[in-house]
Design a protein around this ligand. Sequence first.
Ligand code: ACO
Length: 441
Amino acid sequence: LSEAGILAIETYFPRQCVRQADLEKFDGVSSGKYTIGLGQDEMAFVDDREDVISICRTAVRRLVARQGVDLSSIGRLEVGTETIIDKSKSVKTALMDLLCQAGNTDVEGVDSTNACYGGTAAVFNTLSWMESPWWDGRYGLVVCGDIAVYERGPARPTGGTGAVAILFGINPQPPIRFEINARATHMEHTYDFFKPRLGCEYPTVNGAETLSCYLRALDRCYQRLKKRTGSSGSVSDLADYAVFHAPFNKMVKKSFARIRYNDYLADSTSVVDPEGKLSKFRDVPLADSYTNKELEKAFVTESSALYKKMVEPGDWLAKRIGNAYTASLWSSLAAILEEKGDELIGKRILMFSYGSGMASSMFIIRVASPIGKLSSSLLIRERLDARRVVDPEHFTEVLERKEKKYCAFGVEPAQELAELWSETTCLERIDDIGRRFYTST
Ligand code: ACO
C-alpha cells in the first residue's frame, strides 16, 4: 500500500436542484427517458451567485470547519476542473486567499485540466509529491469542482454540479490508501466531448461517441490493470467494490456490465450463464461490441446482482446531483464511505476515472483502518434531502440568463443570498476588468 493516502474528504453541492421527472414533462420527451433511460433522479445546478471558484472554496471551508484541518499545515494544493472562467489564472490561486489568511503562502500546485479527469491527475500528482524527496512533511489538498451544463437537447439532463475537497497525508497514518502497482492508464486523441467555443459555457458533444470512447477506455484500463496485478480472476476477485466516473447512472450500469463482458471473454465460467445464452456474444467483433444493444442488455442483466453488491453502495449521490465532471468519481467515493463506514475496513475499491478527449485511469484504493468519524460527518443524504426543488421553467430561465451574461464584466449577481446554504462562499460582483470578488452567507 502507498504510505500516502486520504485522511479526510468533504463534498459540496448547491442547495437547488430540478427533478428529472419534471424535466421529462417540460422537455416533452417520453415519460421515463431521463429517470429510467438515463437512471437519474435529480440534477443540481447553480444560479449566478456561484461559480467554480466559489464551489471549490466552499468545499475547502467545509473541510476545514468540519474535519478540523489546519490550513497552515498544507504544503500542496491542486485543483482539478474543466470549468474554465479564466484562460490564465488558476482556480488554485483563487483558493490561496484562504491559505494566505492562515499565514501560509508556501503551497505548491496549480490546476489540472482534461474534461472529467483533472481531479484524478491532481490526486496522482499529490501522491507523487508525498512519496518524493521534495515532500516536506506537510499535507496535500486536492479540490475537484465543476459546473456541468449543456444546451437544450438530449445532453441537458446529464448536467450537474459538485465539488469535493480531499486531504492527503502520511502522518498520522491515513485510513484510505492506494494499492501499489494497481494502476493502469489509457489515453488517446479523440473529439468525443470538447469545449472549443471560448465564449460559450456549453461543450460540443458527440453523445454516442462519448459512450463508446468511455467503454473502450474502460476495456483497456481493466485489461491492463489485471495484467499489472497478475489477476486472472473476475472483477470480484480484484476488488470488493467499484466506483466509476458517473455521467449518468445508466452509463455506470453499462460500465460494470462491460467489465463482466471482459470477464466472460477471459473466462466464460466466471459469469452466471446456466443456459449458455451469452455464448453468441463471444465472437462479436470488438468494434461492433460497443454499439451492440443486445450484448449490452444481456450483460447488464447478468451483472445486476453483482452491481447491487459492488457498485450500488456508491452510485446514489451522482443520481441526485448529476455529472459533477472532475468531482464525480471522488464524490462517489465519499458516498460509499458514508454508506458503508467501517464495514469497509480491509476492503478494496476499484476506481475508474474517465475524461473525454481522452484520458482515463483505473486503480485500487484500500480502506486500511477505521473511517467511522470521517464517514459519519459527511451527512450527504441529509443535505440532499434538505435541498430546494425548483421547477424546470425556473431552471431553464437561470440557464438562459447565464448564457446572456457569460463572460460579462461589471455585473452583480441577481440570486438572493437566502437561496444558498448557510456558510457558503458566493460571488459578490465581477468588476469592469473581470476580477471576481466573493463574500459568504
Ligand atoms: N422509458 C425508459 N427508457 C427510455 C425511454 C422511456 N420512456 N425513452 C428512452 N429510454 C432509454 C433508451 O432506450 C436509452 O436506453 P439504453 O441506453 O439502455 O438503450 C436511454 O433511455 C437514453 O435514450 P437515448 O435515445 O439513447 O438518449 P439520447 O441519445 O437522446 O441521449 C446521451 C443520451 C447521448 C447520453 C446524451 O444524454 C448525451 O449526449 N449526454 C452527454 C454526453 C455524456 O454524458 N457522455 C458520457 C461520457 S463523457 C462525460 O462524462 C461528459
